[in-house]
Ligand binder design. Structure first.
Ligand code: PMP
Length: 453
């Protein structure tokens, strides 16, 4: 069966973020099922999903309650839009629940179909906000290098991924990028707290260089996800907050990964004590069972849009999709009933931190870091203590070894990252760490073989 599916895949399916030619030559692994924290391939292998799909299957696989919620809603009202003065219960209840879970100053939601659409919405909304305030020149959004905010044209322009920028330009104008707080790769050994403050100072320098009257917003992920699970030094966010407090600039915190418990709070912003004006969300909102995203809108922006706005010419066919909303609502209900977020904060996060830190002793590992249920390993050449030559593709090698031995761990360059389902058990964390260590051993062995042969 695998062979037939691979042939059809090669013939017709252009995969996201893939080298089409190389993928066609290598063929894909076929995933046929999933259960709890495991995915199952067509050879019957059970693979521990250390990435929760794409940072999204927070409640794990096989939750019947989510299936039932979708089925019920499909029977009742599978689809209707909320354009033209209509609404429906799933979207309204989901909006209410989200506003209850969000920080107190957030009381409105705009729904989208994905995280990328959420960030497109953000860009249009902040510019609209300032235009309504009579300050249409406040257009520029400051973002960060190596950030990920999506794959639509605005999403990738806001993001700071150089390879994405190099394809399909020109980018959306009025977006600029400052340095990221990536201590391991960019600090040259500076004390982490001083480094964090310097990165925040880059924001102030950029604001001053552009002129406060030109800057609409600053956007950032609490912890950079796709960039490499980059946890900023403790000094970073307080210093950024202090900068933003000095100037009249909106704060957008991209919660697409960090929202819904990943860092042990409902939102990454809560973990870092931030009060964002806008929070794009997606992924864990529905545990990935159906596509849905949105923007949580703080009172300052919402009230202006409502009181002074007139029509906002923006929205999607699937904004507030009833079936997606019903599943998201059930997902949030289950998370609350099962105390998932508190468990990440008080139990699973600390346990992962303790077990993950053990990997720092491995000769290939230059740093092992984690926060809540997100973690990273920085791979280094034990002979030099420096990064490997990029052309060796050590991260991808380690990722492929992991996959073949029953663990999904993703590589970003030579950074290995994990973001497991939030329902993972201690024993499964043990299994994850054991498999990760074995994969590091095997990676080291293969590298030794290549250098000696
Ligand atoms: N923002 C962040 C922080 C993300 O990690 C992602 C997806 N990885 C997105 C936005 C885009 O979300 P989507 O893929 O649903 O469009």
């Amino acid at each position: 069966m695998s062979h037939d599916i691979q042939a059809l895949d090669r013939a017709h399916y252009l995969h996201p973020f893939s080298d089409f030619k190389a993928l066609g030559e290598e063929g894909c692994r076929v995933i046929v099922g999933a259960e709890g924290v495991y995915i199952i391939d067509d050879q019957g292998n059970r693979i521990l999903d250390g990435m929760a799909g794409l940072w999204c299957v927070n409640l794990g696989y096989g939750r019947e309650e989510l299936v039932d919620a979708a089925t019920r809603q499909m029977h009742e009202l599978p689809y209707y839009n909320s354009f033209f003065k209509t609404t429906h219960l799933p979207a309204v209840k989901l909006a209410e629940t989200l506003c209850r879970l969000a920080p107190a100053h957030i009381n409105r939601v705009f729904f989208t179909g994905s995280g990328s659409e959420a960030n497109d919405t953000v860009l249009r909304m902040v510019r609209r906000y300032w235009a309504l305030k009579g300050r249409p020149d406040k257009q520029v959004v400051i973002a960060r290098e190596n950030a990920y905010h999506g794959s639509t044209v605005a999403g990738m322009s806001l993001g700071g991924m150089a390879p994405m920028h190099a394809q399909g330009g020109p980018l959306v104008p009025g977006i600029c990028h400052i340095r990221q707080p990536y201590w391991f790769d960019e600090s040259s050994g500076q004390n982490p707290e001083a480094f964090g403050r310097d990165c925040a100072a880059a924001l102030e320098e950029k604001i001053l260089a552009l002129g406060e009257d030109k800057v609409a917003a600053f956007i950032a992920e609490p912890v950079q996800g796709a960039g490499g699970a980059i946890i900023p030094p403790d000094s970073y966010w307080p210093a950024v907050k202090a900068v933003l407090d000095k100037y009249d600039i909106l704060l957008v915190v991209d919660e697409v990964i960090c929202g819904f418990g990943r860092l042990g709070e409902w939102f990454g912003s809560v973990h870092y004590g931030l009060e964002p004006d806008l929070m794009p969300i997606a992924k864990g909102l529905s545990s990935g069972y159906l596509p849905i995203g949105g923007v949580l809108v703080g009172d300052r922006v919402a009230e202006t849009l409502i009181e002074e706005g007139g029509e906002f010419f923006h929205g999607f066919t699937y904004s507030g999709h009833p079936t997606c909303a019903a599943v998201a609502l059930k997902n949030l209900e289950l998370m609350e009933a099962e105390g998932v977020v508190e468990r990440v904060r008080d139990d699973l996060g600390p346990y992962l931190a303790q077990r993950w830190a053990e990997l720092a002793e491995h000769p290939l590992v230059g740093e092992a870091r984690s926060l809540g249920l997100i973690g990273a390993l920085e791979l280094i050449d034990p002979a030099t203590g420096e990064r490997f030559d990029k052309s060796l593709g050590v991260g991808n090698l380690c990722r492929d070894i992991c996959f073949a031995s029953g663990l999904v761990m993703r590589s970003v360059g030579d950074t290995m990252i994990i973001s497991p389902p939030l329902v993972i058990q201690h024993g499964e964390i043990d299994e994850l760490v054991t498999k990760a260590r074995a994969a590091l051993d095997e990676t080291a062995r293969r590298l030794a073989d290549t250098t000696t042969s």
